[in-house]
Design a protein around this ligand. Structure first.
Ligand code: NAD
Ligand code: ZN
Length: 256
């Protein structure tokens, strides 16, 4: 049932209505929810030294194998960029909602593709599908590398097997960690509302969660994105920045 509502306030009101009666909500967030904290998404054009590379070209295992130096330096640059960023009103609103879930008699599962720590910093419990940019491990023996890598622009080697140290993020072409993926899959199959916030819905398997929700339980799908995706799964499209609309939506839910 493609969209839908004639104005932003109509779609926001429709979302509030379905969310008020929902028992189980699955929320999937992507890079867009952190955009208002100043962290560029993967669709934003890169600048400076990196303007000739797309993020997709760098965030993949083949690129690391071909030119580990380049990929490591790109991640060090992204870490420098993310380090001082803080959660924005969208992250805070979701954390407040999760805090009140028991009182509202709702089950809320927050699933994120983001590798920053902003949901956790805001106080949320989150199923992280794509790992964390703040962790590293050995590409060969997978031993975690626990030393601080701030300012280390040269490649590092594993103290156990001498393999190269890589960021513990899930790259394009790699499989997702089991525990968060199973939690996300379960939440999508059992929710009555699925919210997709700040994701281009192009990166699978995360992008398939809305379809799974729709096909297994006839879930209502709400999307919050200033540039709506083409997904025909979406019932209620909220064409606005997450930080602009989520706080007032969550306030309404908590006001009952
Ligand atoms: P994406 O970069 O493909 O898409 C971002 C989406 O967010 C776009 O559709 C854009 O229109 C939307 N958007 C931009 N500003 C917004 C706002 N203020 N409110 C709501 N939506 C907004 O991101 P993706 O779908 O998450 O997939 C790309 C991959 O990139 C993911 O695997 C993720 O791990 C990784 N990534 C993570 C971060 C991070 O951790 N902050 C940043 C960049 C990329
Ligand atoms: Zn090793």
């Amino acid at each position: 049932m493609p969209n839908h509502y004639r104005s932003l306030s109509e779609s926001v009101n429709a979302a509030i209505t379905v969310l008020k009666s929902a028992k189980s909500v699955c929320i999937l967030t992507g890079a867009g929810i952190s955009a208002e904290s100043g962290i560029p998404t993967f669709r934003d054009k890169q600048t400076g030294l990196w303007e000739n590379y797309s993020a997709e070209q760098l965030a993949n295992i083949a690129a690391f194998k071909r030119d580990p130096n380049l990929v490591w330096q790109w991640y060090q640059m992204r870490r420098d960029m993310i380090r001082d960023k803080e959660p924005n009103p969208a992250h805070h609103a979701l954390a407040t909602w999760q805090d009140s879930a028991a009182a509202l008699n709702q089950s809320i599962t927050l699933v994120s593709q983001n590798v920053d720590n902003l949901h956790e910093q805001a106080g949320s419990t989150v199923q992280k599908l794509h790992g964390s940019i703040w962790h590293n491990h050995c590409i060969d023996c997978e031993t975690p590398y626990l030393e601080d890598t701030t300012g280390k622009d040269e490649l590092l080697n594993c103290p156990v097997c001498d393999g190269l140290i890589r960021p513990s993020v899930v790259w394009f072409g790699e499989s997702l960690p089991d525990t968060p993926w199973l939690a996300a899959d379960h939440a999508a199959r059992h929710c009555d509302v699925f919210m997709s916030i700040g994701t281009s819905s192009l990166v699978y398997p995360a992008a398939g969660l809305a379809t799974l929700a729709k096909q297994t339980s006839g879930t209502t799908v709400i999307e919050i994105n200033p540039n709506p995706t083409e997904s025909d799964m979406v019932d209620i499209q909220i064409c606005e920045k997450a930080g602009m609309v989520l706080p007032s939506i969550i306030n309404e839910l908590l006001a009952v």
